[in-house]
Design a protein around this ligand. Structure first.
Ligand code: IMP
Length: 443
């Protein structure tokens, strides 16, 4: 089996968790390459909701190795809370199933403190972050002040690194009236994590290389979404890591040629949490109806998500930046019965039609979207088992989207459970055994 990269093509929350979980049985390894516990990947199994933050969404399939790359930032307490929650639900998540890169950076106690301060100081211009310390941990990584998971292996090194970082932070914290940092107390806390985290730590680049040489295949899992990428997203209203496809190579220590295909997860409408421009936003009762029907509340923070129409300009851009060749279209069932459905086909800036998604976020904030209205589908899509049972107007919606974003739709997700899936390509039927999935779900 070829390796596959799965990522979101919008502002996150496209439903990656379900698709990764569905595809996992075809892969031996699922490897995440960026972000931290800011992510929230929801997987439903037989009516049970499981939300994953740090652990790859392949964990629910016994026998799959889940890998956390050097591109992630890890809060040890959050990691072990998630492991504990999974094990309480009968999901094995010990070191035999989860490998953490020695190069991953640790979220330290000063990171969430600094982030809350920075968000408050920005006032109206706040990013609307998850306040988990993610951004400041990546700041320290770039400033070469970070503490890495591998540093836990030598307590002398750990103590020194923490002391150096605290010495750099202390004057700033003091000047702004933030709580005092006690390097020794922080060292003791992290020395405590060292023993627990130790068995999970591995040289992930080497591990993946060995597994691939053995003929095993890897599913690379992105978190957040392409439009939240630090370089290619709507900067500064982005997360602080490389959520686009390029991040997989740097975030796991694999060569770009190990990525054989890129599957973009795309919601049939658009959502966004936090601040930043959103051209097709529906700040109206209709937007709130979509939010309610789609259960659009943050899996990590519980914040309501902003909702709007499908934005083909943004998704076409994401497909280009990531080399997306196929799409899994999620949540079209939410739009059933809403009447005609507008799709954004272009942006006008100061009256001029733009050629593509603008890299300047201030320009994006001013664009006027142009829409093409498509016939909606009154029928629910639930229970559709094959392409032939999908409503005609929905099939036409898919065809128009494919033309606009320049990528084929290969999977349609019609509900939250694994079995609520329609495969549009024969090639995928060899990867996903839907009959087995449906039989297991009693459908
Ligand atoms: P941070 O990742 O906590 O720094 O937040 C930066 C931006 O990314 C904010 O707008 C967050 O709402 C957004 N964000 C972070 N993680 C996710 C996610 O998993 N889904 C959707 N938005 C996210």
């Amino acid at each position: 089996m070829a390796n596959l990269l799965v990522l979101g093509t919008q502002w996150g929350d496209e439903g990656k968790g379900k698709i990764v979980d569905l595809l996992t049985p075809a892969f031996e390894v699922v490897a995440r390459y960026q972000g931290g516990h800011n992510a929230g990947h929801t997987v439903w199994v037989r009516g049970r909701k499981i939300v994953l933050h740090l652990i790859p969404s392949g964990i629910l399939h016994a026998g799959t190795l889940c890998v956390i790359g050097n591109g992630l930032v890890i809060a040890p307490a959050a990691f072990f809370k998630e492991i504990g929650d999974l094990e309480a639900q009968g999901v094995a998540a010990g070191p035999a199933r989860v490998a953490v890169s020695r190069g991953a950076h640790l979220i330290m106690p000063w990171h969430p403190l600094a982030e809350r301060f920075s968000e408050d100081r920005r006032g109206e211009k706040k990013i609307g972050t998850t306040c988990r310390g993610i951004g400041p941990a990546y700041e320290d990584k770039a400033a070469r002040l970070g503490v890495r998971a591998g540093d836990l292996a030598d307590l002398g090194i750990l103590r020194e690194k923490i002391a150096d970082a605290v010495a750099a932070k202390e004057p700033v914290f003091r000047a702004f009236g933030l709580p005092a940092l006690d390097a020794e107390a922080i060292y003791r806390e992290y020395a405590g994590w060292a023993e627990k985290l130790g068995p999970y730590l591995q040289d992930v680049s080497e591990l993946l290389d060995e597994r691939m040489k053995r003929g095993e295949s890897v599913l690379f899992e992105g978190a957040q979404g392409a439009l939240l990428d630090l370089d290619h997203g709507t900067y500064p209203y982005v997360t602080s890591s490389s959520s686009t496809a390029g991040g997989a190579a740097t975030g796991l220590g694999v060569g770009p040629r190990t990525i054989h295909g890129v599957l973009g997860i795309t919601k049939a409408y658009t959502t966004r949490v936090g601040s930043g421009p959103f051209p097709t936003e529906l700040d109206s009762d209709l937007g709130r109806t979509i939010a309610t029907r789609g259960d659009e509340f943050g899996a990590t923070t519980g914040r309501p998500r902003r909702c709007g129409w499908f934005d083909a300009v943004a998704v076409r851009y994401a497909c280009r930046v990531n080399g997306v060749d196929r799409i899994a279209l999620t949540k079209p069932d939410v739009l059933a019965g809403l009447g005609d459905i507008p799709v954004c086909t272009g942006y006008r800036y100061k009256g001029r039609l733009l050629k593509s998604f603008p890299p300047e976020t201030w320009m994006l904030a001013e664009v006027v979207p142009e829409y093409r209205t498509l016939a909606g589908w009154p029928e629910s899509l639930r229970g559709a088992a094959d392409p032939g049972s999908l409503p005609k107007s929905f099939v036409e919606y898919v065809r128009v989207l494919e033309d606009l974003v320049e990528a084929r739709v290969a999977i349609v997700s019609t509900g939250v459970e694994r079995a609520d899936t329609v495969l549009l390509e024969d090639e995928l039927r060899g990867i996903v055994d839907l009959d087995r999935v449906r039989a297991a779900a009693g459908k």
